[in-house]
Write a protein of this length. Structure first.
Length: 323
C-alpha cells in the first residue's frame, strides 16, 4: 500500500505490505482515512509482476474496498528446427534451472513447445538426443526477469511467437559424410565401383556407383554410430578393396572416408618341368622322322642296283645238261 503521491514502488517506500494466501486473497487492516495506491511489488513465482496501479480512497471507518488484481503467467515457446527452418520431430529436450533441476522435459513433435509459469531466474535449454541424421545442438542459456522478459545469451533480441510469447529457437545441423573411391596409383577418383554402407545391424543404408566425384551423404547417417563401407563390384581391371569401418562425427564436421582400389595383376605363364617333357617329345618326333627319311632313301638306292650272280658261290645250283 502506497501513498497517493508515491512514484517509486518498493518494499521500502510502502506504508503497508500484505501477501496473498493460497486462495490469492490479501487484505490491509487499520488503514487511516485518505487516498492510496495499491500495487504489486513481488509476483508469485512463475507469474509476471503487474505494474498496474489501483487508486483507492478510504473515507468511512470499516468500509470494505475490494480490488481484483491479475497476474499473467510467464510463458515461453521453444522451437526445434533444422538448418532450413523446418520443425524437427524426435528431439529429446530438457529445460533446467540455475540449480540444475529439470523444470520440463519433452520430445519435439513438429510444433512449438510451450513452457508456462517460469519464475524469474536463469535457465538452460538442452538437447539430450537428436533425431537420426542430426547433430545434438549447443545448449542455450536464457534468463527471465520479474516482468516476464526473456533474454537469450549471445542473442541481441528475442524472437516472438505467433501467440505473442518469447520464442527460443534451437537449430540442429545434419550429419555429413564424404566417401571417395580412388585409384591407389594416381590418387584420382575412380568411376564404376559399386559401393554400399552397412549399419551395425547389417542393413544396407546407402548404395551407389562411384563417379569422378566423391559421394556426399547428408542427414542420413546417425552421429556417433559405426558403419562399414563395402565394395561389391570393382571397375574393370581393378581388385575389390577391403572393407572400411568408420564412425560418423558427432561435432558437425564432415566425416571423410577414402577407399583405394589396386589394379588387377597381369597373368604370366609359370616355368615348370612340363616344358622339358614337351621339348623332349618334339625332339624325339623330329629324330624319328629323320631316321624314317634316311631308311626310305637307303632302300631306294638299293633298288636301283643290278642283281648279283650268286651261282658261282653256290655249286649246288649249277645246271647240268643231261644231253
Amino acid at each position: 500500500l502506497f501513498t497517493a503521491d508515491c512514484v517509486k514502488f518498493s518494499r521500502d517506500t510502502a506504508i503497508m505490505t500484505a501477501a496473498s494466501d493460497e486462495n490469492g486473497c490479501f487484505e490491509f487492516t487499520d488503514v487511516p482515512f485518505g487516498k492510496y495506491i495499491v500495487r504489486e511489488i513481488e509476483s508469485p513465482r512463475g507469474y509476471i509482476l503487474s505494474d498496474k496501479e489501483y487508486a483507492v480512497s478510504i473515507a468511512e471507518d470499516g468500509k470494505l474496498i475490494e480490488i481484483t488484481a491479475e497476474n499473467k503467467p510467464v510463458t515461453v515457446e521453444i522451437s526445434k528446427r533444422d538448418i532450413y527452418g523446418n520443425e524437427l520431430v524426435g528431439a529429446e529436450m530438457v529445460l533446467e534451472n540455475a540449480d540444475g533441476e529439470i523444470v520440463d522435459r519433452w520430445t519435439s513433435d513438429g510444433t512449438n513447445h510451450v513452457v508456462s509459469k517460469l519464475g524469474a531466474g536463469e535457465y538452460v535449454l538442452k538437447e539430450i538426443a537428436a533425431p537420426d541424421g542430426y547433430i545434438i545442438a549447443t545448449d542455450i542459456k536464457f534468463s527471465v526477469d520479474i516482468y516476464g522478459n526473456v533474454t537469450v545469451e549471445n542473442v541481441d533480441s528475442t524472437a516472438v511467437s505467433d501467440n505473442g510469447y518469447p520464442l527460443i529457437v534451437m537449430v540442429d545441423d545434419t550429419t555429413k559424410v564424404r566417401i571417395s573411391k580412388r585409384d591407389i596409383t594416381t590418387g584420382e577418383e575412380l568411376p564404376g565401383a559399386t559401393l554400399q554402407i552397412i549399419d551395425e545391424d547389417g542393413n544396407v543404408v546407402e548404395e551407389w556407383v562411384s563417379t569422378d566425384e566423391a559421394h556426399f551423404i547428408e542427414g542420413k547417417l546417425i552421429a556417433g554410430k559405426e558403419y562399414t563401407l563395402r565394395e561389391t563390384i570393382a571397375p574393370d581391371g581393378y581388385e575389390i578393396a577391403n572393407e572400411i569401418k568408420f564412425t560418423v562425427n558427432a561435432d558437425g564436421s564432415v566425416t571423410e572416408v577414402v577407399m583405394y582400389d589396386e589394379l588387377t595383376p597381369k597373368t604370366t605363364t609359370p616355368y615348370t618341368g612340363d616344358n622339358h617333357s614337351d621339348f623332349a617329345a618334339f625332339a624325339l618326333m623330329g629324330a624319328s622322322l629323320i631316321i624314317f627319311l634316311v631308311l626310305i632313301i637307303s632302300r631306294k638306292k638299293n633298288d636301283d642296283k643290278e642283281p648279283e650272280d650268286h651261282s658261282a658261290l653256290c655249286p649246288e645250283f649249277i645246271e647240268i645238261d643231261e644231253d
